[in-house]
Design a binder for this molecule. Structure first.
Ligand SMILES: [Zn+2]
Length: 332
């Protein structure tokens, strides 16, 4: 039987050096059940930093978990310096409910808007608080956290690696890690005081990167391979594993901007608007229709830009993200 450990009592020192283990972390009990998180732990034969991977903060994003499962299988703990910890499914409510957010009967919350969580609130906030405590307890400025996201079932993103942009050593280290990861679209994310796991860990001084990629409820082999290659590069860069030091990318940082839908309705991108499309200021990118097919509103390029993510689920609500745009030089 798989071992269960109380999440507050787990410490990688409990594992024998040079071994790996799959276990469940008991987070908290409800009248109906005990909420548990899956944990994959690899303790290297020799001491070193910790690489922690988290995925599934959204329940419909699967490339990250797939990369984690593969890395766990291939890692040889006797050849590892330091510790690799992974929680492949963070929002277990959303995962079981087949959706991005926790199901309505739980609390309907988007876990990426509730960090650092609250132990005395709804289940999703409670689980976020349990999750937050792990890096807070176990990681420091020499360690690294990778927060895997993808487009889920409602969007399509170009593969990108992101880091929370702040004027701190942890953010500078995060940028280095993003440049090592090997994806050539690097997003310097504005920090949010509350909400995202990856903002909170950087605010706590933990170097952090986050991903985006195709999604669509699938796991394209090339996307999983790209994540896996990035993780291998980070392990070498952190001197946790042998290999040739990866070079830092010299790709300029991207300052991406979200464009939102103004009115609810049926969302139709223009025929030529695909991922990577270059649009001119004023160009119509998509239209929102009423049930009779009449135009309610338009989404227009506010400046010369490249489309790096777009809405793919065709019903939109006011305030939903329509596009993520990269302003072109001279635009904006
Ligand atoms: Zn996500």
């Amino acid at each position: 039987m798989t071992q269960h450990v109380n999440i507050e009592e787990f410490h990688p020192d409990q594992l024998q050096p040079g071994t790996k283990q799959r276990l469940y972390l008991d987070a908290f009990a409800t009248p109906a059940t005990t909420v548990t998180l899956p944990l994959l732990a690899v303790r290297g034969a020799n001491p070193g930093p910790t690489l922690m991977m988290v995925a599934g903060v959204h329940g419909d994003e699967f490339e990250g978990p797939a990369a984690i499962y593969r890395l766990y299988d291939e890692l040889d703990p006797t050849a590892l310096q330091g510790t690799v910890l992974a929680i492949p499914i963070c929002n277990v409510f959303a995962y079981e409910g087949l959706g991005r957010n926790s199901p309505l009967h739980v609390d309907g919350l988007n876990m990426a808007r509730v960090f650092p969580g609250d132990r005395f609130a709804e289940p999703t906030r409670r689980l976020a608080a349990c999750l937050m405590n792990l890096p807070r307890r176990l990681l420091g400025p020499d360690d690294l956290l990778v927060d895997f996201h993808s487009s889920g079932t409602r969007y399509r993103y170009l593969p990108m690696i992101a880091f929370p942009k702040l004027d701190t050593p942890a953010s500078a280290r995060s940028e280095e890690a993003a440049r090592v990861f090997g994806i050539d679209l690097i997003f310097a994310m504005p920090i949010e005081p509350f909400g995202r796991f990856n903002s909170q860990t950087v605010l706590h001084g933990i170097p952090t990167v986050a991903t985006e990629t195709t999604g669509q409820g699938g796991q394209r082999p090339e996307d999983v391979q790209q994540f896996l290659a990035g993780l291998r590069r980070l392990l070498v860069w952190q001197k946790m594993h042998g290999g040739i030091q990866p070079e830092r990318s010299l790709v300029p940082l991207s300052h991406l901007e979200h464009i939102y839908v103004e009115e609810s309705g049926f969302f139709i991108p223009e025929a030529d608007v695909e991922l990577g499309h270059v649009a001119q200021a004023g160009e119509t990118l998509a239209r929102v229709l009423d049930p009779l097919g009449q135009e309610r509103s338009r989404v227009v390029a506010p400046y010369d830009c490249r489309v790096v993510a777009l809405r793919s689920f065709s019903v939109v609500w006011t305030g939903d993200i329509a596009f993520l745009l990269a302003p072109m030089k001279g635009g904006n």
